[in-house]
Write a protein that binds this ligand. Structure first.
Ligand SMILES: Cc1ncc(COP(=O)(O)O)c(C=O)c1O
Length: 448
């Protein structure tokens, strides 16, 4: 039986729900990355590193709430804080103490955070960061990098991981204010030499798509220096990496000081939430009554900003992850997983690599193997990875083959939580080996 036929046979409940969904939701999904042919699995409950689908299958979960669940599903401390808040109200429409405690935790943990403004998502955080940068500099243009993902608002869609340079639905004037550059410092210098209207540089802290294409060494510090020299605001997007790579994110690890940092995901412990944090003089453009020297106050409403439920969960989560133990555990498990997956690729003589930083991993299978060390963080491979992308059909069938064996990837990789165990790694490696052999039998991977 083919991989896909087996998937259909194993998941009748998910299939039925997908048919229902397709009538009322475009493509049946609510997030582009959840789209999967012939249909995605439908989850029913989750705990620790696992989720269960409507057909009763258990999965080792490497989506972990799109990276939000560093502690795994409903960690007791986070659940207790949220449950206690639930009985006291989910929306006061008023200021409350949790939002102050939440901001205090951010300022305590994140080196660049002098002050904080909460939003409801990472997308809103990058939107606000760009608006603040434009207000503070009086310059409308922004630099972003090829394939870097910062959410889905108009200014960051061009050349993001899921869209081309001219995505539909975005006005030309908006696109004109966004310069998309390759991640090299010469290109950035050249852009500043050519234009005087660049007010911000935004970069994904771990490289495009949560580290799928890692940045060259020294790139972040180089951007920091060039931005400062030209009076532009340097924004590090740490929506994924913040609190996960280290309690203070990549900029703590690398000792680079951005002007603004954007946060979400782990920030709110699995609830909706985001934040822009950074230099007081820039965030003061949000301040009443007048804003900064160059403009009126920057406006910022938002019904669910720092809502009590997200704030309570966020405080509990940030206190739990503050000493770095959870990050270290998740990263050590991810390193063991990457190493084991690479060992199996070698044993089966399959060209490809599993790489990644911190608690993330990324699978890259191609016809001809990129050279380089097996357990690389991927920095040395960025060019090769770009030149020889993984065939989409192979990526799809790999996901199905692993789902058939109780493992859910996030796209072609995933992230770990501190709730994952050594047994989960061993079980994943067994599933990986069996899936690769099956893919080879289906002719998607060349014979040994
Ligand atoms: C680096 C980065 N920035 C911004 C976002 C957008 O965050 P959200 O999905 O909360 O809007 C994401 C989401 O995955 C992200 O990975």
């Amino acid at each position: 039986m083919s991989i896909e036929a087996r998937y259909v046979e194993l998941h009748p409940g998910s299939r039925a729900l997908y048919q229902r969904a397709a009538a009322v939701l475009p493509s049946g999904v609510t997030h582009d990355s959840r789209y999967l042919r012939p249909f995605p699995i439908y989850a029913e409950r989750a705990e620790g590193p696992y989720k269960w689908d409507v057909d009763g299958h258990r999965y080792i979960d490497y989506v972990v709430g799109h990276g939000a669940l560093l502690l795994g599903h409903h960690h007791p401390a986070v659940t207790a804080a949220a449950a206690a808040q639930l009985t006291r109200g989910t929306h006061y429409g008023a200021s409350h103490e949790h939002e102050i405690a939440w901001a205090e935790e951010v300022v305590r943990l994140v080196p660049a955070a002098e002050v904080v403004r909460f939003t409801s998502s990472g997308t809103e955080a990058t939107l606000m960061a760009l608006r603040l940068a434009r207000a503070a500099t009086g310059r409308p243009a922004v630099i972003k990098f090829e394939r870097h993902f910062h959410g889905w608002h108009d200014y960051v869609v061009p050349a993001s991981s899921y869209a081309g340079r001219v995505p539909p639905g975005i006005p030309a004037a908006t696109l004109d204010s966004v310069l998309v550059l390759p991640p090299n410092l010469e290109a950035v210098e050249a852009a500043f030499a050519e234009r005087t209207d660049i007010g911000a540089v935004i970069v994904e802290a771990a490289g495009a798509s949560s580290g799928q294409l890692p940045l060259p060494r020294g790139f972040l510090q180089g951007l920091r220096d060039i931005s400062a020299r030209h009076g532009a605001v340097f924004i590090m997007d740490e929506v994924v990496t913040g609190f996960r790579w280290a309690p203070g994110g990549v900029h703590e690890l690398e000792g680079v000081r951005p002007d603004l940092v954007t946060l979400a995901k782990v920030l709110a412990g699995g609830f909706p939430g985001g934040a822009v944090a950074g230099r007081r003089d820039i965030l003061e453009y949000l301040q009443f009554p007048g804003g900064g020297p160059r403009t009126e106050k920057v406006g910022h409403p938002g019904t669910f900003n720092a809502n009590p439920l997200s704030a309570a969960a966020g405080v509990a989560c940030l206190r739990e992850i503050a000493d770095g133990t959870h990050q270290q555990r998740a990263a050590a498990l991810a390193a063991a997983l990457r190493e084991g997956m690479n060992r199996i690729l070698t044993d089966l003589a399959i060209p490809g690599i599993v790489y990644g930083q911190s608690s993330a991993f990324r699978v890259h299978l191609v016809g001809d193997a990129p050279p380089g060390p097996r357990d690389s963080d991927g920095r040395d491979l960025a060019h090769t990875l770009l030149e020889t992308p993984m065939p989409p059909e192979l990526a799809r069938l790999l996901q199905l083959a692993l789902l058939n064996r109780g493992v859910q990837l996030f796209g072609t990789g995933g992230m770990l939580s501190s709730a994952h165990t050594d047994d989960d790694i061993a079980a994943t490696l067994d599933a990986w080996q069996a899936a690769l052999i099956e893919l080879r039998e289906e002719g998607c991977i060349p014979p040994a």
